[in-house]
Ligand binder design. Structure first.
Ligand SMILES: [Zn+2]
Length: 731
């Protein structure tokens, strides 16, 4: 009677009962297929485990005397957050954990709503859930830990940060969103957890902390329960069963907290089980209810009220099996080691704060604003996020000529800074149990309003002091970040780089989802007409694993509002950045590596007396490092600067073009330069002789009207006895 079943499961995200059933609201198939593909041995593990468990279950049903022991289970809750709504409060977690526990001792009040046919099948799992009071290092804890990470978005196994040993604690992670569209949560059965202990546990949307027994449902999976219709997530499709006798066959219901589901007889009519005696003879027939058990916690109905007795036997069997270390959870030694039976300790608070989106007139900014001038229309907003105890008071201090230098606000402090540079912020949090202080000088940057230059500005990053007004933000404080680099450079030995190198081994970190910025100082571009570029050089590589699908990208933004608002003006993606090919190890720019000139046109609307630029890097999955050097502001693209020593060489920009292109060149040592435009057949379409000063830099506009149609043409320039030809693409 023990079925082979699929190892992953989750439940539908929609809680509204008036929503029509969705096809496949959950990610089981996705996770299951992914695991089996990656770890083919898993299927064998699963088979062996089910054999073991089947034997144990059989032994239990024939053993004398009822199994009445009570088991205690230590839990730890991980909040993976970006200081958004997923930053669950301690008290909400404690309240929810108390609620989860009720379903495992048959004390949830809504068992009173179980329909008559199933009342006698309501099971008591006799399991007590406890938030741990001692962490894996032996330190006191309240059983809640917090991880500040972008992995709160599109959560999956990679978001299961810093698991506590799965043979000592059941880990439960909460995230802002899940990568499996439509899923609210998922967990792994013991057979797969045994194979990959670091992914064991429950991961759930933070918004499902205490919704419709989502967590008891997932803990059911952790303890080897399948959905009541069987080993898949396709509720409401076909009759199936879960290998548990007292949950009649069902299609499952999603959503289904309606009479037609609760009294659904479709698959259950005439459902009887025959049990054989020790002598092998049939000695009893049980006629189970002719209604499906839609109120079962392992259905999708959202009126989940009960585990059945058979499910409780199954969960208790899993909990007393060594597979995935389950049986160790409940040992007295482990309960002592994890402090599961101790009352929650009274611990000092953990002082913590973050920055909100800036406030000010009509601001549309990033989620958090960490770079602003003091003259712009917005203000920094600091928010108290201290936790781990009931906070009785706080005390803030701010450096840099803060408009509010100290505060006792328990919520937010709105501030401006008149002295440029990194702001030192300190927050002390007090409770009855103690006081802690946290200080940061890498969260908020007050940008200088004084421009450092305009057209002609050049920054070679020659020494570290050059970086003093080029703040680099490592928002999530991890290894993927901008950094000053000494060891390679264009023309010298220094530059900046984004350390994007990522391995396919996700246990050691995953870059995808991160982003980091480096900001320029202010430039005075007021009144500059004609072409204007920011120029820089990059040297990058991909990894073999990511070369065909590298998602690294570099985005260039501009602000004329002192950092309050940003506008994207350019982006470079994937293989475009990887000009040095793929490297299996971390890419270090060396003598055989090359630089590529990058030029970004600055539209006139952004040319003010205080224009800032932002270089934003989005590391992709399995990316590699990018080096960046020689940032300048000029009327010509970087490529031309490079050619300035070569009379007769020239550049076309933009190219390809739609509405004409610019031809820029350095004149030879005579007073004329001639350009011609010809088609693929060699026919000359236009020609012009220009008067120039010897050795001067020049630019001429080639009108779109000089060529008859879109296509490929050749431009040839002759000056000072030198000649060069380039392709011109007209779109
Ligand atoms: Zn499920």
């Amino acid at each position: 009677m023990f079925n082979k079943f699929i190892i992953t499961a989750c439940i539908a995200s929609s809680v509204a009962i008036n929503v029509h059933a969705q096809g496949q609201p959950c990610a089981t198939d996705h996770h299951h297929d992914r695991l089996l593909q990656k770890y083919p041995l898993l299927a064998e593990y699963e088979r062996q485990f089910n054999e073991q468990l089947g034997a144990k279950l059989a032994a239990k049903t024939t053993a004398a005397g009822p199994d009445t022991a009570t088991y205690d289970i230590p839990l730890v809750v991980h909040v993976v957050h970006d200081y958004g709504v997923e930053y669950l409060s301690d008290n909400d977690i404690y309240d929810a954990a108390n609620e989860w526990a009720l379903a495992f001792v048959k004390k949830n009040a809504d068992t009173a709503n179980v329909i008559a046919p199933f009342v006698k099948y309501i099971g008591n799992a006799r399991m007590r859930l406890h938030l741990a009071t001692i962490d894996p290092k032996g330190n006191p804890t309240k059983g809640v830990v917090r991880h500040f990470s972008y992995l709160t978005y599109n959560g999956d196994d990679d978001s299961k940060l810093e698991p506590w040993p799965n043979n000592k604690y059941i880990n439960i992670w909460f995230t802002s969103s899940l990568g499996s569209s439509g899923a609210a949560a998922y967990a792994y059965y013991p057979s797969s957890a045994a194979f990959m202990p670091y992914y064991d546990g429950v991961i759930s949307l933070a918004s499902y902390l205490n919704t419709s027994k989502t967590i008891p449902h997932e803990l059911g999976h952790v303890l080897n329960l399948a959905h009541v219709w069987g080993n898949n997530n396709n509720a409401a499709v076909a009759c199936g069963n879960d290998g548990v006798d007292d949950t009649p066959p069902t299609k499952g219901h999603t959503p289904g907290c309606v009479p037609s589901a609760i009294f659904d007889t479709t698959c259950a009519t005439g459902y009887m089980k025959t049990y054989t005696s020790m002598s092998g003879l049939a000695d009893s027939v049980v006629d189970y209810p002719d209604t499906t058990n839609a109120q079962n916690i392992m259905d999708y109905t959202y009126c989940a009220h009960m585990f059945s007795k058979g499910q409780c036997v199954r969960m208790r069997t899993a909990l007393t099996s060594p597979v995935a270390g389950r049986s160790n959870l409940i040992t007295s030694a482990n309960l002592a080691e994890t402090g599961a039976m101790n009352p929650m300790p009274d611990l000092a608070p953990v002082a913590d704060f973050t920055l909100n989106k800036a406030i000010g007139a009509g601001l549309t900014t990033d989620v958090r604003t960490q770079f602003l001038t003091y003259t712009n229309e917005g203000s920094f907003v600091f928010r108290n996020t201290s936790w781990n105890d009931t906070i009785s008071s706080v005390y803030w201090t701010f450096s840099n000529g803060a408009s509010v230098p100290t505060s006792t606000s328990m919520t937010t402090v709105t501030n401006r800074f008149s002295e440029p540079g990194w702001v030192t912020v300190s927050l002390t949090a007090n409770s009855n149990a103690g006081t802690t202080t946290v200080t940061s000088n890498s969260l908020a940057y007050a940008a200088d309003t004084t421009p450092v230059g305009g057209v002609g500005y050049s920054q070679k990053f020659s020494n570290l002091a050059d970086m003093h007004n080029w703040p680099m933000f490592n928002y999530y404080n991890n290894q993927f970040k901008w950094e000053y680099y000494n060891g390679a450079g264009r023309g010298d030995n220094n530059c900046i780089r984004y350390r994007s190198f990522d391995t396919t081994d996700k246990i050691n970190g995953m870059a995808k989802g991160d982003r980091d910025d480096v900001f320029t100082p202010a430039f005075n571009l007021q009144g500059v007409s004609g072409n204007l570029f920011i120029n820089f050089y990059t040297s990058g590589a991909a990894t073999p694993a990511g070369s065909s699908a590298s998602r690294d990208s570099l985005q260039i933004d501009v602000s004329t509002s002192g950092g309050a608002r940003w506008t994207k003006i350019a982006g470079f993606r994937g293989t475009e950045l990887a000009n040095n090919g793929a490297r299996s190890s971390m890419f270090i720019h060396g003598t055989s590596s090359s630089w590529v000139a990058r030029s970004v046109s600055v539209p006139e609307i952004h040319r003010t007396g205080q224009t800032f630029f932002r270089l934003r890097y989005w590391p992709g999955n399995v990316g590699n490092n990018l080096y960046l050097d020689d940032f300048s502001i000029a009327a010509f693209p970087a490529e031309l600067e490079e050619l300035s020593g070569n009379a007769g060489q020239f550049v076309l920009f933009p190219n390809p073009s739609e509405n004409g292109t610019n031809l820029a060149f350095t004149a030879g040592n005579d007073a004329t330069a001639t350009y011609t435009i010809s088609d693929l057949a060699g026919k000359v379409l236009a020609s012009e002789v220009l008067s120039v000063s010897p050795g001067s830099t020049n630019q001429v506009f080639i009108s779109r009207s000089l060529v008859p149609s879109a296509g490929l043409y050749f431009v040839t320039l002759t000056t000072g006895g030198n000649s060069a030809t380039r392709k011109m693409v007209v779109q």
